[in-house]
Ligand binder design. Structure first.
Ligand code: SER
Length: 870
């Protein structure tokens, strides 16, 4: 057997099928499936090639080979616990799209294993689908495998399929790794999934069917071949390792984890679990981020978030302080860059995104873990085994613990969580957010009973002022006959022109006026189709009678402009970015519109400009805006965009801006796009991870905005003593002047520092062959400390530096240890010990760390401690 490294094995395989057997060598596809809703992540070598098997797509050459990166998360909880599970792996494969079939696939597999990899043929066993005599005969008659080494299995074992797509019977190849790896005396032939003795190394699928969404198997026009060999698994067999974590590439990653954690793999079972989790997840996260996935609370983003947070927590379990994943990710990139040059190109992006997620989680994980541990303690003390959904929700909501992470930690303690209750809380939170502004001091919607009223007729789309009958009055929770001057209450009428808050649009305001009274309407809400006007009576005594319902028209028109502009914005985003952009919340009021949508990246200036241009163009095109009531089915035919909840309604209202935008919406809109007047984006920001937020203004507000900006420019030019035309050049020259001045200051400072530096050199002490420098600064910042450290570091061998500075009444400590000393001294531990004396804390890596301190009176004592430590 040849002892090939993983990278060598990949090369050998691709070269065998590429050069010798005339296959097109494909680069691994992205982990994000293209045009395939049935899959979250690519999970097999054939997955990105489905359309070639079905004939929908064609390649010039009908044979291909690849080493495809894959992620399988089905067993994520098992990763780490066992030695064989991983979420990330590479699959080597050779594919025929209606070209060669069984005979060649079997012959070449055998040739590659026995000739290229030099595996002894007596170690090979195979299995075939129960009635596949053809494959059986090829293995026996042509290859010469003994009959008792060819096993026949049923659909469960020898038929390969995904949820939907190309599939067929298969033939698996096993390597006998020796009796010493057998689980028991019956483990003498393949078939036992727990066996490490007969390792399945290759699966040859004879792809003859296409399974559709109804689970029907439709024969394909031509038979195909799809084979899959786990790269790590094969490398493990060749390298005669016990598990995938011990193959060469993984070894580098494990070494890095050992170094960071000061733990050794294979010394302690619990630590081994954590080391394996980090090693596996680091690979998965590196490739996922490189392929453009961002951590979020949905779909692929959630898988990624879960992997990062799970790995981070296992780092904590190993005792690694602070953020650490980037150095492991770095090592993953170096280990895989031979094949994946995109990793090197994306290095900075990958590290940034992972570090950011780690940083977010780091802020809350400790408190979250403390709380979870206290829940666990309490459950155990009370002999209970189910954590309340409410508590799990708190961990999710406040401390960023994905539910699965909570579940996993509970599982380690033989406990469970009430997921049903968790889901209820989740739903509740969504409702709460929706209703957040709906309650009012003194009474909430919940306490008002509206059962006696019929649906209020809303006639406010076209009318601002109407006459209607007041049919119910409430004061606080109680139904009353009248509301007096200076009191607040709620009014119900049979019809109204007031729009109740809904669909992201704020409530109308205005007045309800009777012969005897005048009440100001400051909020309008809907409960079970009954519209509730929140009023404060300003004059007289308000009673049940006919009244004038008068909406603040100018305000409503401004709101209307913003609402229609929101629809235009939604469409422009879809046109420019992707059809995948989904609304994730909106708010429309008289001042501005706010639109949240799913999108992984911040928009560029150029994108913002394009969107703004498109919306303004649609305004200038004077497009008619139509509002129609129709069945949901009809609206679907029109392609109207709607929120999920709309699907439950029979009749819906479709608002269309000519053919440009069609949305299901119950809100108030202009009649022609030109009424919006103008549209300006004033901010683009992140609303939550994976969700962007755009804020924009329309109409009069744009005019005010422009005027304000012009005034600002005028005042700036006055201040800079120039005119608006020249302010830019003036600002530039001022900046240069400032830079020059800063340089001058820096020079003076350096002059001064030279003296300090000289002093410092005289402070370096030789302690048992180690150069130790301890120095206290006054009122310097961290940058200055690091500057000095960098300057002095290279001058001395075997140097340990501990600096302290007092700034703004706080102490900062730094420690740095030459790499030659890091096996004995750890900067993280040094600062930790030292800062502790002053009531502070901190940590970091072995070669550099920093900490904060509090009690300045103990600073000298703390620095003395360094000498003791060394
Ligand atoms: N599709 C098969 C598998 O994933 C062979 O490539 O095992």
């Amino acid at each position: 057997m040849r002892k090939l490294g993983m990278n060598e094995l990949r090369k050998e395989y691709l070269n065998f099928f590429g050069s010798k057997k005339n296959h097109t060598v494909l680069k691994s596809f992205s982990l994000i499936p293209e045009d395939d809703e049935s899959l979250l992540l690519i999970n097999a070598g054939m997955a990105p090639l489905k359309k070639y098997f079905t004939g929908e797509k064609k390649m010039k050459n009908n044979r291909a080979t690849s080493s495809q990166r894959c992620i399988r998360t089905g067993d994520i909880e098992r990763v780490g616990i066992t030695e064989r599970h991983g979420t990330f792996f590479e699959m080597l494969g050779n594919f025929s799209f209606g070209d060669y079939f069984k005979r060649e696939a079997i012959h070449w597999a055998y040739e590659f294993l026995t000739v290229n990899l030099e595996i002894d043929k007596n170690l090979l066993w195979v299995s075939v689908y129960e009635n596949d005599d053809e494959a059986f005969d090829i293995w026996h008659d042509e290859i010469g495998i003994a009959k008792d080494r060819i096993l026949r299995f049923g659909k469960e074992d020898n038929f390969w399929e995904l949820e939907v797509g190309p599939c067929g019977p298969d033939s698996e190849i096993f390597v006998d790794r020796g009796i010493e790896k057998a689980v028991d005396e019956n483990d003498n032939k393949p078939g036992n999934d727990d066996s490490d003795r007969f390792m399945e190394v290759w699966n040859l699928v004879f792809t003859q069917f296409n399974k559709n969404a109804n689970k029907e198997y439709i024969p394909l026009a031509h038979p195909n071949i799809d084979t899959g060999m786990g790269l790590e698994r094969m490398a493990m067999v060749l390298q005669n390792k016990d598990n995938i974590f011990e193959v060469d590439v993984n070894q580098n990653i494990i070494k890095e984890i050992e170094e960071l954690s000061n733990k050794k793999y294979k010394e302690n079972k619990k630590d081994d679990i954590s080391i394996r989790v980090i090693a596996d997840h680091a690979k998965a996260m590196t490739f996922m981020v490189s392929d453009g996935i961002q951590p979020s609370n949905e779909k692929r983003g959630y898988v990624l978030r879960r992997l990062i947070r799970r790995a981070f927590r296992h780092g904590k379990l190993l005792g690694i302080e602070g953020e650490f994943l980037s150095s492991i990710v770095d090592c993953v990139i170096d280990s895989y860059k031979v094949e994946y040059d995109e990793l090197t190109n994306n290095r900075e992006k990958i590290i940034n995104i992972i570090e950011k997620e780690e940083e977010n989680f780091q802020k809350t994980i400790d408190s979250g873990l403390d709380i979870l541990n206290s829940y666990i303690k309490e459950l155990k003390e009370n002999n209970k085994d189910i954590l309340k959904g409410k508590d799990a929700f708190k961990l999710y909501d406040t401390y960023g613990f994905p539910l699965d992470l909570t579940k996993e930690i509970l599982d380690e303690n033989d406990l469970k969580v009430d997921t049903k209750e968790f889901d209820e809380y989740m739903e509740n939170q969504r409702n709460l957010a929706r209703n957040a502004r709906k309650s009012d001091a003194g009474w909430s919607l919940e306490s008002i009973n509206v059962d006696e009223f019929k649906q209020t007729d809303f006639v406010g789309y076209e009318n601002f002022e109407i006459n209607s009958n007041i049919i119910g009055l409430f004061d606080s929770k109680e139904k009353v006959n009248f509301i007096k001057k200076g009191h607040k209450g709620i009014i119900v009428s049979d019809k109204t022109s007031f729009y109740a808050e809904g669909g992201g649009q704020v409530a109308d305001t205005g007045f309800i006026i009777t012969d005897d009274a005048k009440a100001r309407v400051y909020n309008v809400q809907k409960k079970k189709d009954v519209i509730l006007h929140y009023v404060e009576v300003e004059e007289g005594k308000l009673e049940s009678c006919n009244a004038l319902f008068k909406v603040n028209k100018q305000r409503r028109l401004d709101i209307t402009r913003n609402h229609t502009a929101t629809h235009l914005l939604d469409q422009a985003l879809r046109n420019l970015l992707s059809d995948e952009v989904k609304q994730a919340g909106s708010l429309v009021d008289e001042y501005k519109l706010r639109f949240d949508f799913t999108y992984p990246n911040a928009l560029t200036k150029d994108e913002i400009k394009k969107i703004e241009d498109e919306v303004n163009e649609k305004i200038r095109e004077q497009l008619p805006v139509k509002k129609e009531i129709m069945s949901y089915k009809e609206s679907e035919k029109l392609g109207a965009i709607g929120l999920f909840e709309d699907k439950y309604k029979d009749m819906v209202r479709v608002v269309s801006v000519s053919d440009y935008s069609k949305e299901l919406c119950g809100g108030c809109h202009v009649n022609n796009s030109s009424e919006i007047l103008m549209f300006k984006i004033i901010q683009e920001s992140s609303a939550a991870s994976g969700i962007r937020r755009i804020e924009a203004i329309t109409g009069k507000k744009v005019y005010e905005y422009l005027n304000n900006n012009i005034e600002l420019i005028n005042s700036i030019s006055d201040e800079l003593k120039t005119n608006p035309k020249n302010i830019l050049s003036r600002a530039k020259s001022l900046n240069e002047e400032i830079k020059q001045l800063k340089d001058d200051i820096q020079k003076l400072k350096e002059f001064n520092e030279k003296d300090i530096y000289k002093d410092m050199e005289s402070e370096v002490k030789d302690i048992n062959g180690i150069n130790l420098l301890v120095h206290k600064f006054d009122n310097e910042d961290l940058d200055t400390l690091r500057n000095f450290e960098n300057r002095i570091k290279d001058k001395y061998k075997d140097l340990i530096i501990v600096f302290a500075t007092v700034k703004d009444n706080k102490i900062i400590f730094t420690a740095s240890v030459s790499d030659s000393l890091t096996d004995k001294y750890n900067a993280g531990k040094i600062v930790k010990e030292v800062s502790k004396i002053t009531g502070g804390n901190g940590g970091g890596k072995k070669n550099f760390a920093q900490a904060g301190g509090k009690d300045i009176s103990k600073l000298d004592e703390a620095l003395e401690k360094v000498y003791d430590l060394i």
